[in-house]
Design a protein around this ligand. Structure first.
Ligand code: G3P
Length: 274
């Protein structure tokens, strides 16, 4: 499974890149805002275009998703081209992120996201289709030619828990399987958890040999990441906090302490080359 970092904070991107396990980066307007606020806090006065260029350059060869902000197909296609032409030459790693359906409130242009995915993909611009919450949306995105399809795992769980009146923290693991065993089946249009959404999409993509890569997004904790991997996601995009949790276990730390305490001088000398 490939691992993307869901962050626009360059220090985090550089750090994870230095670990040697990074396969890509995803951004959205909220993550850009977070990164901009962080730069403001640190009094780093850097122009947005230069900032994005520095992100692209710090992960050469790894796909970086940059999202459009338009609310109809014409705007999104125009912005997608602009993003690609402006930034792809920097390190040849730009992917344009398009929402599956840009309509909200009273808007009626529900298929404009699909149209934009189709238009940009047909021009050879790689697209990451985002804000996917159902297998049907994923199927449409794949049919329109999206290279990556991003279901929002954690937000599905948020919605199901909110509907059920459950109290939870954003990063809490959602034990959907456990609830099922207790006879409490909660769901959103037949989808019982974000992970079940991933599982269903993986089956559909396989059944019809669709080329789109399944990118599990909105991952909040390591168990969710593990389950996304087991469910067949090609990629997971995760925040820095989850990457940090992935490597940690208290028994590993305890084992390290014991091994370090037990080092005999002769063994230490041997390894130091003395
Ligand atoms: O990967 C999409 C992401 O940035 C949304 O994550 O945790 O805000 O639902 P979250």
């Amino acid at each position: 499974m490939r691992l993307f970092l869901d962050s626009g904070i360059i220090e985090e991107i550089r750090l994870v890149q230095s670990y040697g396990i990074l396969d890509g980066v995803t951004l959205n307007p909220s993550l850009v805002k977070k990164a901009a606020e962080k730069r403001e806090e640190k009094k780093q006065d850097i122009q947005m275009g230069d900032y994005i260029r520095s992100i692209l350059k710090s992960v050469p060869g790894l796909p970086v998703s940059l999202e459009v902000i338009g609310l109809d197909a014409v705007q999104m296609i125009d912005e997608g081209r602009r993003i690609y032409n402006m930034f792809h030459p920097v390190a040849q790693n730009v992917v344009v992120k398009i929402p599956i359906n840009c309509a909200y409130g009273k808007k009626t242009n529900a298929f404009d996201g699909i149209k934009a995915v189709k238009a940009l993909s047909s021009e050879g611009i790689p697209v990451n289709c985002t804000l996917v919450f159902t297998p049907e949306q994923a199927l449409l995105a794949a049919k329109a030619g999206a290279r990556f399809v991003s279901p929002f795992t954690g937000r599905v769980d948020d919605f199901i828990r909110e509907q059920a009146g459950m109290a939870f923290q954003k990063e809490d693991y959602f034990p959907a399987e456990g609830l099922k065993r207790q006879g409490k089946v909660l769901h959103d249009q037949g989808i019982c958890s974000g992970i079940q959404l991933i599982r269903h999409i993986a089956v559909i993509f396989k059944n019809y040999d669709l080329d789109a890569q399944l990118l599990a997004a909105s991952i909040r904790n390591t168990r969710q990441l593990r389950e996304a991997a087991l469910a067949g996601a090609d990629i997971a995009t995760v925040p820095f906090a989850v990457i940090k949790q992935m490597v940690a276990h208290f028994k590993t730390a305890e084992g390290m302490e014991t091994f370090t305490d037990d080092i005999v001088p002769a063994y230490a000398q041997l390894l130091k080359g003395n």
